[in-house]
Structure formats: structure tokens, C-alpha cells
Design a protein around this ligand. Structure first.
Ligand SMILES: NC(=O)c1ccc[n+]([C@@H]2O[C@H](COP(=O)([O-])OP(=O)(O)OC[C@H]3O[C@@H](n4cnc5c(N)ncnc54)[C@H](O)[C@@H]3O)[C@@H](O)[C@H]2O)c1
Length: 248
């Protein structure tokens, strides 16, 4: 059973909110009473999310945004239908290759989306936050690999470690202004990307996870909802691992 969050009168932007972990967050925040603006660059993901969320039509807003492009982010910020109080930087991609085979383009694409994207969106949306006493929350989705490295992920690990650095810096700069800023470090989570892996590779990974299984997207969404809640108001600058004890 899910914890009951109270997000009435809360207004949330979720990047990459149309699929996978982000879509699970979109559903959880909507069903807890929030208004949600789903920012995603994939039109097909946006369309299927829109179909699935037809029951929330008056509370959900969709925008096709490429977080890696400042102009796209600025245009979307101008179209936001309401001031916001919560931002979840979740959009992310992978371009995995061993370091010796990793091309400059693989490096740049991942840095542009996973690191610069978080910078672009947060910097732009600071001006769209409510100015009243509503709790203000920024939750950045990093990864457990940012904490211990991972074969074949130089670009991704660098970006996700950078996200943790920005989280800590923004916690220092913004907490006095009514924000909390935190990161989540998910472990292996069963999204379409992971489901597509061969069963043998999945089984090998699961053997290494003390809890004995991969995480579910709703388990990451629940962590984001907790950090976004009013009750988490004294938690800022932290990195919450949600990884089944993979890294302890
Ligand atoms: N799945 C995992 O095991 C896992 C583990 C650790 C961290 N994460 C992180 O969690 C987040 C979500 O991952 P997921 O597995 O749900 O991925 P996913 O690929 O299923 O969904 C990502 C969504 O982000 C969107 N997106 C990608 N690039 C974008 C851009 N430039 N602008 C706007 N939208 C963009 C995609 O269209 C997609 O809808 C990512 O940041 C990922 O790095 C995932």
C-alpha cells in the first residue's frame, strides 16, 4: 500500500516525466492531489502519458522540452500554466561504452542532458517558483553509480556525480530562501530500459543486490514524494540511496 501524501495546492514540474521512473512520479503526485507539468522531449512518450492520465486532465500539463537546450527550456518555462513549488530533475540518458571506446559525442550527449540539463532547468525555473510560504523543493535524480563508479559509464558517472555536487551547492545557496534541495541515488530499477536486458544479465545483477531484486519505479517515486513533502522540511543537501543496499 502507498503512503498517502498530501499535495493539494502543490505544483510540480517533472522532467522526463512521461516514461519510466518519471512517469511513476507523475502518477504518484497527481493521485496525491498535486498539479503536474510533465516535461519530456519524446512526443510518443508524451502522447501515451496523456492517454493514460486522461482522468487527471484538469491537473496535468504536458510540454515537449529538450532539457539539454536552454532555449527549449526557456520557452517551456514561459508556457507554464502556474507558478511551481517543486521541481524534479529526472530526465536522463545513457550512452555506455568502455572509456577507451567512448567517443566525444557519447561524452557530450550525456553531459548535455544529465548535467547541463539539470543546470538549465533549475536555473530557468527559479523564477517560476511561488513567492509565498509554500514549501519549495528541488529533487535531483542522480544514480548509485555516481557514488562508486561503473564500468562503461565514464560520461554517465561524471554527470550524475556532478548532479550531487550541484545538489549540495544549491542546498547551501537556497535553503535560506525556503527551498530544500536533495538528490536520490537509485540503484537498478525496473524500467523499460532494464526490462530489455537479457534475463541472464539481469539475474547476475540481482545476485549482487543484498535485497535480492531490482527496485520498482514506484519505490523511487515514493522517495521523491517524501523529499517533496512538507514533513521533510529539515532535510536538505542529502543524497538518498534507494538501491536495496547495493552500496553500503
Ligand atoms: N532505471 C534505472 O535503473 C536507473 C538507475 C539510476 C538512475 N536512473 C535515473 O533515473 C532517471 C529516469 O530513468 P528511467 O530509467 O526512468 O529512464 P527512461 O529512459 O525510461 O525515461 C527517461 C525519460 O526522460 C526523457 N528524456 C530523455 N532525455 C531528455 C531530454 N533531453 N529532455 C527531456 N526529456 C528527456 C525520455 O524521453 C524519457 O521519457 C534518469 O535520470 C536515470 O539516469 C535510472
Amino acid at each position: 500500500m502507498n503512503i498517502q501524501y498530501k499535495f493539494l495546492n502543490r505544483h510540480v514540474v517533472i522532467t522526463g516525466g512521461a516514461r519510466g521512473i518519471g512517469f511513476e512520479m507523475t502518477k504518484l503526485f497527481l493521485s496525491s492531489g498535486a498539479h503536474v507539468s510533465v516535461w519530456d522531449y519524446a512526443q510518443d512518450n508524451l502522447e501515451s502519458a496523456r492517454r493514460e492520465l486522461s482522468a487527471f486532465a484538469d491537473k496535468v500539463h504536458f510540454a515537449q522540452v529538450d532539457v539539454s537546450k536552454a532555449a527549449s527550456v526557456e520557452a517551456a518555462a514561459q508556457q507554464l500554466p502556474w507558478p511551481i513549488d517543486t521541481l524534479i530533475n529526472n530526465a536522463g540518458i545513457t550512452r555506455d561504452k568502455s572509456f577507451s571506446k567512448m567517443a566525444q559525442e557519447d561524452w557530450q550527449a550525456v553531459i548535455d542532458t544529465n548535467l547541463t540539463g539539470v543546470f538549465n532547468v533549475t536555473k530557468t525555473l527559479l523564477a517560476n517558483f511561488k513567492t509565498d510560504s509554500t514549501p519549495k523543493r528541488i529533487v535531483n535524480i542522480s544514480s548509485v553509480v555516481a557514488l562508486y563508479g561503473n564500468f562503461g559509464q565514464t560520461n554517465y558517472v561524471a554527470a550524475k556525480a556532478g548532479v550531487i555536487g550541484m545538489t549540495k551547492t544549491w542546498a547551501r545557496e537556497l535553503s535560506r530562501k525556503g527551498f530544500t534541495v536533495n538528490a536520490i541515488a537509485p540503484g537498478f530499477t525496473l524500467t523499460p530500459m532494464v526490462e530489455a536486458m537479457p534475463a541472464e544479465a539481469r539475474a547476475q545483477i540481482e545476485q549482487k543486490i543484498p535485497v535480492g531484486r531490482m527496485g520498482m519505479p514506484i519505490e523511487i517515486a515514493n522517495a521523491a514524494a517524501f523529499l517533496a513533502s512538507e514533513e521533510a522540511g529539515y532535510i536538505s543537501g542529502t543524497v538518498l540511496s534507494v538501491d536495496g543496499a547495493l552500496v553500503v
